[in-house]
Ligand binder design. Structure first.
Ligand SMILES: [Zn+2]
Length: 262
């Protein structure tokens, strides 16, 4: 009896080990850096730091780009940074700091706007394939109409990011919905140590940890340029064990691994 129990335990350990994600080059974890709202402090502070460290990241842009910033985003895309879709007007249920309310939106309306933003982004970087971040991390418009399934059916977007907090480390990749990928939404004023603690937690769990940034050393929900620099240099120092990828690269890899393990 005892022996068979031990056998069952061993079997379940073996099954768990098989389901653990194997990262490229025997790395221990995956970190994805994402930045929302097309903020100039990202162009001025985040991108130069990332470039100097040789790291890639994803920038979820809105229609809030212009003749001055479009060439700069285009240049970033040429260097390998991903430009993602964050709608044109950033409609939100909570409208304190957000000028456009999502209350009057239909599902058809938000999908049309996402499609237009895809075209807009095509004009910036010439790419067809887009990832998405829900404005204000809300998956509903028009006072509670969920549009995740419609977005999936539309094929406009393959992967989409939602919110979360410090425990938003993905480890169960089999049950990960590619249109509801959680992330650690920073509240602003986070220290370098707090940012690095999330990376360490991700490494401990062998999973994927996604950061959601806004302002870097400026704008709003701001993380200081110094705290960001500390995170970037930690990631650079630990390149051998931590894979830093764009959201699209990360999700393409996970989908491919899931197919192989099916
Ligand atoms: Zn946003």
């Amino acid at each position: 009896m005892k022996r068979s129990l031990l056998f069952l335990l061993l079997l379940s350990f073996a099954a768990q080990a098989q389901h653990k994600m194997q990262w490229p080059k025997h790395q221990k974890a995956l970190i994805v850096l994402t930045y929302d709202d097309a903020l100039e402090s990202q162009l001025n502070n985040a991108i130069p730091q990332l470039e100097a460290a040789g790291l890639k990241a994803t920038f979820f842009l809105t229609g809030d780009i212009n003749s001055v910033t479009i060439p700069r985003w285009r240049k970033a895309a040429k260097k390998g940074f991903e430009l993602g879709n964050h709608t044109i007007f950033h409609p939100c249920g909570v409208v304190d700091d957000n000028p456009v309310s999502s209350a009057s939106y239909t599902v058809h309306g938000i999908l049309g706007e996402i499609e237009d933003m895809n075209h807009f982004l095509y004009a910036v970087d010439g790419k067809f394939y887009r990832t998405y971040a829900y404005p204000c991390t809300e998956t509903t418009v028009g006072n509670g109409k969920d549009y995740v399934d419609s977005l999936k059916l539309s094929n406009l977007i393959k992967y989409a990011r939602v919110g979360g907090d410090t425990d938003a480390v993905v480890t169960d990749f089999k049950h990960l919905d590619p249109l509801l990928v959680p992330s650690y939404g920073l509240e602003g004023n986070n220290t370098g140590e707090q940012l690095i603690a999330f990376v360490k937690n991700t490494v401990r769990k062998g999973g994927m940890g996604i950061f959601m940034f806004h302002g870097i050393g400026g704008d709003y929900i701001t993380v200081s340029a110094e705290a960001h620099r500390q995170l970037v240099s930690y990631l650079k120092q630990h390149k051998k064990e931590i894979w830093v990828a764009t959201f699209q690269e990360a999700m393409d890899y996970i989908e491919q691994q899931n197919k192989l393990n099916r």
